[in-house]
Design a protein around this ligand. Structure first.
Ligand code: ZN
Length: 398
């Protein structure tokens, strides 16, 4: 291992996916409505959206006197979990809700993420709509960013096969998963002994012996729970070339490796949990994922937080950081976020000494890509994708 190698743990929040058209939690309901009206709606998509919209309406009627933000996905999802626990709603309602959430992400984000052409540029109307947003984050094409990110993390594993960088994500979406997959790197979700679908196995081939740790603390759109066998399985983060990205969720629900052949897709739901209701973490397979995430934090030299706003609802993250951070190891925290209020929130959470000497706020996403990213790059890959500009920036020495 090179002696100057600093082990990074990247912590990703909704802001990380924003350049890829991912809605923030507070924008989620609008995004859901938009998807409902524009489609395409497949199979029983319509009944799933109908339930989610009706549930929100009903909650709005009954919670007039409460301070609830029903346009915020986390609040709405937390309420539903509570109702399921109380027996007022059942698992089928939850399946419909989760499906409509993930179909919203699928329709907004995933279609926009087909593999780049030789030039790395795409001239579609959808692309130009995103331009303003991307400019506000200082980038031109969101794909460059995610490929650059994936290559950067992978490079740490090429340099240090037994102990490269790790990623901890609070997002359900498949933005980093897909970038790794398309570049030929495997990820390790930290789930113990779960099966994978045949499509997953066929597209997740890698010439490398390492897997990149990607711990998704609130679950993932491609992790599925089989209600027939009470088991979890992992489906692909993208289809093989030529498939419509619009049916990935449906396809994954229909390809349970425990039930094949003859799968009842209504018994298979993507495995995601709201941050407001953390009981679910103790069940199923998430506890192991959290344990590995804490271990990664305790072995980190640098923690790079990208677009995670430290919401009040997510007190578990604070506990996790407190449990993982080792005093005396000299770990530094970098926060990449355009919002100063978020920086203040982190500062109020850290001790004055830590804040002064080992916390740094960077008020954009890419400008300080150069801070932790002091390594050489896969030059060939970057040239092919046209992300030379970013790689030059990232390659700048400290
Ligand atoms: Zn099954």
């Amino acid at each position: 291992m090179p002696k100057d190698y600093k082990r990074n743990v990247y912590i990703l929040g909704a802001g990380f996916s924003k350049p890829a058209n991912g809605p923030l939690m507070s924008e989620f309901f609008d995004a859901m409505m938009d998807t409902y009206h524009r489609g395409p709606l497949l199979n029983d998509d319509k009944s799933c959206f109908d339930f989610a919209l009706e549930f929100r309406q009903e909650m709005a009627k009954t919670s007039d006197n409460l301070v609830l933000h029903l346009d915020n996905l986390e609040d709405l999802f937390g309420l539903l979990e509570m109702q399921v626990a109380l027996g007022r709603r059942d698992e089928e309602h939850k399946r419909k809700f989760v499906h409509s959430v993930l179909r919203t992400l699928e329709s907004r984000m995933w279609n926009a993420q087909t593999a780049p052409g030789k030039s790395g540029r795409v001239d579609s109307r959808a692309e130009s709509k995103r331009t303003d947003l991307q400019n506000s984050w200082g980038i031109q094409n969101h794909r460059w960013l995610y490929y650059a990110f994936a290559e950067m993390v992978a490079q740490s594993h090429l340099d240090n096969p037994s102990s490269g960088d790790s990623i901890i994500s609070f997002n359900y979406d498949l933005t980093p998963d897909r970038a790794f997959c398309e570049l030929g790197y495997k990820v390790d979700y930290g789930l113990n002994s779960v099966k994978t679908t045949a499509t997953y196995d066929s597209i997740n081939r890698s010439p490398h012996s390492f897997s990149i740790p990607l711990y998704k603390l609130h679950g993932s759109a491609n992790w599925f729970r089989c209600a027939v066998h009470q088991k979890t399985y992992v489906a692909p983060s993208r289809f093989p070339m030529g498939y419509s990205a619009d049916s990935l969720l449906w396809d994954s629900a229909a390809k349970c490796p425990y039930c094949m052949p003859g799968v009842d897709s209504s018994k298979h739901t993507a495995f995601i949990v709201p941050p407001t209701w953390n009981k679910a973490i103790y069940q199923l397979d998430l506890l192991e994922v959290w344990r590995k995430a804490v271990e990664a934090i305790s072995n980190a030299d640098r923690i790079v937080v990208i677009g995670f706003s430290l919401p009040d609802t997510d007190i578990f993250f604070r506990y996790m950081l407190a449990s993982g951070l080792k005093i005396g190891r000299g770990v530094k925290i970098y926060l990449l976020d355009p919002d100063e209020r978020v920086a203040r929130r982190y500062e109020s959470f850290l001790s004055p000494t830590f804040r002064q000497s080992r916390f740094e706020w960077v008020n954009s996403f890419t400008a300080e890509f150069s801070i932790p990213f002091d390594r050489s790059w896969h030059r060939g890959t970057f040239d092919e994708f046209g992300i030379r500009e970013i790689s030059h920036r990232a390659n700048r020495s400290l």
